[in-house]
Design a protein around this ligand. Structure first.
Ligand code: AHR
Length: 503
């Protein structure tokens, strides 16, 4: 008896899996930077003050790119505050998060951290309180080899070689009323076009991201993307998507179907971008940078930590503690991103450390993996080659928010060179295990099979400082390969990764 039949066939490829799908995000927010990646007094700190224990976890997580320095923070940020001698850097009010920014960490420090973490730096410019001139300045400072005032300032500040940042976000969430410099799509489309054209006068090969909507639920969603792209289509390469999900009112069934919303969001942005392409008779294709996504319980600030009338230098913000169910949803969102690998070419799990993050730290103490760490790390390590157009036959389950949705969601990748496949499966049933049969390509008959499942009898179980290893994926002993038929059982509310490799 099988509850679900899945077929994967390398002949049906969606598109290459871009490593940038496994990006993350470090914002000057809460304890993401200070007490997160950077804590000079910590026993594991390196000479520059970066926590080595966090660096180790970032490498284990398999992060490819890291978006920096915001987020909402960037819309009031002066990049030059963060360069030059640290003791001369000004303290500034960070209006986005009602904090005081000390600027101890700026471009040089963060770029050095990226090199230590072996990740690519993706830089966001301030189009909230600033504009074209300051975007040009930071590009000149960062990427021009030398011989100009700003590039020579970089060299004088200790960095001879350019940082060579390739991917640039043109502002952040400019559709959001909370954003400094909140704009209409007409205003933003114009400034994005002017900024992009100007940046390309220095380097035509930069990869540029225009702000899309800060959520599919925004009243201007759809119109925003169309109007912005009508103004900057030929100037940019990507339009961004941001989405955060949470379990509302105890409705776990709808929460487990969050990937359905992400699928619709991606597909709606694709048709909108392609509509503008048609209007412009353009040969160019705009892809998606899904540069903020995660589970986020927005109302869950720790009582007593935010007073609203102080401007602390370090504060606990957005320190969500994630459950097994949250991790299963994160695994499901990764399935959605992989399914659209032809058009989603970059994505950033928001964020990396402490603030809505897979990695948590205690000041002076340990760092540990949240539950959400595991699906991200496994997918990043296993998803190689091309994403496949997976065929699934399975019954539906009904949800209050999304109607009927398939009980099982699946993505798969195939790496021709290594003759290796990976299959990622989500069981949305709240109560029942599901038996799945996956028909795999003949080239993998008799391959080695390794399956790991994230599941717990208590879907609310978490990892904490006191109990950091309470939740972890475990080997799934039901996985069997018979010829080209892989069978396995998925427990309820679970996420599974299977690796099939030639012996
Ligand atoms: O990731 C947290 C915040 O969410 C970011 O600063 C902002 O861009 C979004 O609204």
């Amino acid at each position: 008896m099988t509850d679900a039949r899945v077929r994967i066939d390398p002949a049906f490829a969606v598109g290459p899996v871009d490593r940038r799908l496994f990006g993350s995000f470090v914002e000057h927010l809460g304890r993401c930077v200070y007490e997160g990646i950077y804590e000079p007094g910590h026993p594991s700190a390196d000479a520059q003050g970066f926590r080595r224990d966090v660096l180790d976890l970032v490498r284990e997580l398999g992060v490819s790119t890291v978006r920096y320095p915001g987020g909402n923070f960037v819309s009031g940020y002066r990049w030059e505050d963060g360069v030059g001698p640290v003791e001369e850097r000004p303290k500034r009010l960070d209006l986005a998060w009602r904090a005081t920014e000390t600027n101890e960490v700026g471009l040089h420090e963060f770029a050095a951290w990226c090199e230590a973490a072996d990740v690519e730096l993706m830089y966001a410019v301030n189009l909230g309180t600033r504009g074209v001139a300051e975007a040009l300045d930071v590009l000149e400072y960062a990427n021009v080899p030398g011989g100009t005032e700003l590039s020579d300032a970089r060299r004088a500040n200790g960095r001879e070689k350019p940082f060579d940042i390739r991917m640039w976000c043109l502002g952040n969430e400019m559709d959001g009323p909370w954003q400094l410099g909140h704009s209409t799509p007409e205003e933003y489309g114009r400034i994005a076009s002017q900024t992009a054209k100007a940046l390309r006068q220095i380097d035509k090969d930069l990869e540029l991201v225009a702000c899309g909507s800060s959520g599919r639920g925004m009243p201007t969603f759809g119109t925003w993307e169309r109007v912005v792209l009508e103004r900057c289509y030929e100037d940019v390469d990507y339009i961004s998507c941001h989405a955060y999900y949470e379990e509302r009112d105890g409705d776990l069934a709808s929460f487990l179907a969050s990937g359905v919303d992400m699928d619709r969001f991606i597909e709606e942005v694709i048709v909108t971008a392609d509509h503008v392409k048609a209007l412009k008779r353009s040969d160019k294709r705009i892809d998606i940078s899904f540069d903020e996504w995660n589970v986020w319980y927005m109302g869950a600030e720790e009582p007593g930590t935010i007073t609203g009338d102080e401007w602390p230098e370090v504060q606990h913000r957005l320190e969500n503690v994630y459950s097994v169910a949250d991790a299963v949803v994160v695994g499901g969102l990764l399935i959605s991103l992989l399914r659209h690998a032809d058009r989603v070419r970059s994505a950033s799990l928001a964020q990396l450390v402490n603030a809505i993050a897979p990695i948590m730290t205690a000041p002076g103490g340990p760092a540990w993996r949240q539950t959400t760490f595991f699906p991200f790390a496994l997918t990043s390590h296993l998803a190689r080659g091309v994403s496949l157009d997976v065929r699934v036959e399975v019954a539906s389950t009904s949800t209050a928010v999304y109607g009927d949705v398939p009980l099982v969601d699946v993505a798969a990748t195939y790496d021709d060179g290594e003759n290796q496949a990976a299959v990622f499966l989500l069981n949305r049933s709240l109560t029942d295990p599901l038996d799945v049969t996956v028909e795999i390509p003949a080239s993998l008959a008799g391959a080695d099979v390794e399956a790991v499942t994230l599941h717990d009898a208590d879907p609310k179980a978490t990892n904490t400082r006191e109990n950091p290893d309470r939740v972890a994926p475990a080997s799934n002993p039901t996985a069997r390969l018979d010829g080209t038929s892989l069978t396995l059982t998925l427990p309820p509310v679970s996420w599974t990764a299977v690796r099939l490799g030639a012996r």
